[in-house]
Design a protein around this ligand. Structure first.
Ligand SMILES: [Mg+2]
Ligand SMILES: [Zn+2]
Length: 190
């Protein structure tokens, strides 16, 4: 790459890695989307940073706590490790303007489509955003990706197919297909 920065694949969590069960808060409810663990392992093998960027407004809404969220991510790590896969870092937005936890009920810059979490990850991890990708199932994921200068891949494994205001660079059935496309693109020298 020449600039010393690392490429990343940013992943949405719910509806992209695991089934979106609406405010998932219990490790027992975590269910991986078929092929997701193997897809993440392929990103690891390709030496791409794997970074989860997730809106968790259930924190602002007081549906669950930071401890609950940490327990879900520990379980996700455990399920992925069983398949030889690893998330390098998690970044989450706990905010929502209509939240009931006062300190979190704000208009922030980190709730996707805001780019605050991607920017923070890039600074902390030394990431080359122009050479990086975002995979997600919702309009906010694509909006965030485009605003941050990432290549946007939309997956259709989410619970609904909301209308997309901005078109993604690529559409895939699921994470496995999205990763296949990204690795092919990188392998061909783009
Ligand atoms: Mg999602
Ligand atoms: Zn936020």
């Amino acid at each position: 790459m020449g600039n010393g920065l690392k490429r990343a694949v940013f992943l949405d969590r719910d509806g992209t890695i695991n089934l979106d069960t609406n405010y998932l808060s219990r490790p027992d409810d975590l269910c991986l989307i078929p092929g997701a663990a193997r897809a993440i392992a392929r990103l690891n093998q390709a030496r791409l940073a794997v970074v989860v960027i997730t809106n968790q407004s259930g924190l602002a809404r007081d549906f669950f706590s930071e401890d609950d969220l940490a327990a879900v991510h520990a379980e996700l790590d455990r399920l992925l490790a069983a398949a030889g896969a690893r998330i390098d870092a998690y970044f989450h937005c706990p905010h929502h303007p209509q939240g009931v936890v006062q300190s979190l009920a704000i208009e922030c810059d980190c709730r996707k489509p805001g780019t605050g979490l991607v920017t923070r990850a890039a600074q902390e991890m030394g990431l080359d955003l122009r050479g990086s990708f975002m995979i997600g199932d919702r309009p906010g994921d694509v909006g965030c990706a485009l605003a941050a200068g990432l290549t946007a891949v939309r997956v259709l494994s989410g619970p609904d197919h909301e209308e997309w205001l901005e078109p993604a660079h690529h559409y895939a059935d699921d994470l496995a297909q999205a990763v296949e496309w990204i690795l092919g693109r990188l392998g061909s020298g783009r």
